[in-house]
Design a protein around this ligand. Sequence first.
Ligand code: TXA
Ligand code: MG
Length: 349
Amino acid sequence: MNTEIVELNEQNIDIEQLMRAARIIVNLGTVVLPTETVYGLGANALSSIAVNKIFLAKGRPADNPLIVHVCSVKMMEDLLDEPIDLRSKKLIDAFWPGPLTLVFKRSDKVPLEVCAHLDTVAIRMPDHPIALKLIELANVPIAAPSANISGKPSPTMAQHVIQDMDGRVDMIISADRSRIGVESTVLDISSPVAIILRPGGVTLEQLQKVLGKDGVMLDNMINSVVDKPRSPGMKYTHYAPNATLQIVRGKRENIISYIKGEIQTSSTPNLIGVLCSDESKSEYQGAHVISIGSVHRLDQGAANLFAVLREFDQIGVDMIFAEAFAEDEMGLALMNRLKKAAGFNIVDV
Ligand code: TXA
Ligand code: MG
């Protein structure tokens, strides 16, 4: 399949080019679009034919449902049978457009493939001018999972998308680096206490400000590998780099001495990667060291994580040690992705 790559500037969008992307969506093709979280692999969410192309391009298991992207509340309401309640309104007012996905009871208009035969549909309004304009021009909701090959780190830069999707989609819109860099928070609002199914760009603390401290909780499956999770995406290996990845958790000085010891006793230290912070990056001589940024800016760390995992693939290390980071604010989403990337291989020191 011939993939057209179109470069767009989000400050000054070439509408004619974007119209061509919209026409591909209307004609049931596939377009990779930038969003504020990660790049998404988009297709017309109202068409089974179009949506099946997403699963094919990604190699995605059919039982893992997709997020539907809308550009207006009206467009969302068309996908639901019932009017939205007060709590959903509050969440939408506070966080849309933005990295919060809400799981609603769906109407029959939503093809079964989109929601993997569940009776719910996950919807969000992305905070990105190109994504919003594309949905508006196509005038249909766009289903879009992250635009990586299934199992690989999500793409936060156009070059990652091209690596994974060139030849598999009709068009790739190449734009800037994704600002948030981890996917949206997925929130189940079917019960009185909202449940975070996937931590992401909107933090637990931010949600608590709107819903109250007891109005939202983390799903207890978030940090485990499970057979029958509430969010189907939880059960698959994710974000995995080619190398074996181990997370080292504990007091800062213990983490450092453990990783240093591993480097010093290795016969091939040049095949070791260390994923760490600015504060400790000078400690690990002899290995390939990549910092995700300061421990005081884990929002930036989260934004850098997927690119750093891909960088280790490029270098070709066979073992990566990753420092564990604090699991609050954006550190929660960061550590969630890191644990999944490691397949929950964690050593406590
Ligand atoms: O930030 C994002 O959300 C990105 C960008 C492109 O918008 N998209 C994304 O999509 O991360 P994807 O397909 O990689 O992840 C969708 C997640 C999965 O964990 C899936 O299981 C969950 O949302 N999900 C989708 N529909 C659901 C539903 N009806 N009920 C529960 N979880 C659902
Ligand atoms: Mg994904």
